[in-house]
Design a protein around this ligand. Sequence first.
Ligand code: FA5
Length: 411
Amino acid sequence: MAEGFVAALPSAGSTAVQEASPAERQQEIVMKLEEKVALTLDQLGIRDPASVQRLFAEVREALLAERQQLVAGGAADEADRIRLAKALRDRWLGRKNGLLSFIGEHWLKPAERDLKPSVGRAFNELRQLAAELEVERLAAQIPIRAPHKAAESPEAGRPISAPAPDLSLPGYRRPLGSIHPITRVQREIEEIFLGLGYRIETGPEIESTYYNFDALNIPESHPSRDDVDTFYLDARTVLRTHTSPVQIRAMQKFGAPLYIIIPGTCYRRDNPDATHSPMFHQMEGLAIDEDITFADLKGTLDYFAKRLLGERTRTRLTPSFFPFTEPSGELAVSCFLCEGKGCRTCKQSGWIELGGCGMVHPEVLRAGGIDPDRYSGWAFGMGIDRFAMTKYDIGDIQLFFQSDVRFLEQF
Ligand code: FA5
């Protein structure tokens, strides 16, 4: 197993650290680093991209630490500065025996095919960092120590000519993160609807029971209002259980005609398991205009599904019930992997369920201040997390929220 270069040192509290002089400790890092670059990744037990990342992060840290140590140590005179800077440059970039050439030879070249892209990327990052070990610039950063005869003075050993920082030096590169899979799917959906002229609307996650339930025609007796299912902050305030309350807020704000999508976080008192999370994400869609019919709903969702999953995708609507739509349906799309034949991704059904939809109930239009005799509309609400699970073949919804870099860096 490749334990880190730094981790290979005795731990901070150990006697070994207390007894070793800085030079000995440095030597220990050097030894470790040199031992490792003499082995292949396979010999080091590095067999997946996350371990490659960690290994290279440690090498970069070692490089930065050595550079920092060099500058902190100062130099006796101008010639010493150049000598020290050259030694560090050669140690890392020397053509034959430089650490980078060993890493290229032993880690990159023989890397397994599926590891090669991540090793190549990490190696390039390291090369960029090491390129900063340019002798003259590095030397200019090393302060010259006071001459030895001043040893009795309390200032002894302090650098006397700390050079002004070289503002032309490139900054340290920090590795970039990646886009969270939920955000990625959310943006894909947004792009499709923005292209159709919809706009993005958002609303509060802490919501009144009026907007979350009453205005959506959800009666007092409805089971979803129970505190077994909903997080109540007080009798009239909840963490919103869906993105639908923003339908009402947007109708009140903009009136009709209205074409919006509403991405957002929702909360329900669902016990966490592979497909349930108490916090999850929905994408709501709402179109209100004169003469909107069920055909518009079907046509738009069909177009959306084809853009999201490919031209051959088919849509299926089955009857359902939501108090805020009438008629209501469940939207499913043919499986993008097996195209409806049945596979593991669609649990052999050939279909993937996306969420609920329907024609906006007249009571809901009224609550939004829109005349149901003049306007009609359709709405849908889909679970982004569940769709992302299907799309990326992820077996457990909890993985999205555990902030494990090994999982997230795959996207
Ligand atoms: C609704 O929330 C309706 N507001 C959707 C709607 C909007 C219907 C507009 C008609 C018109 P439902 O309770 O079925 O519907 O939830 C929609 C989706 O949210 C589900 O299909 C599922 O993908 C997702 N979802 C619900 N609860 C959870 C949970 N605990 N964890 C992860 N995803 C969830």
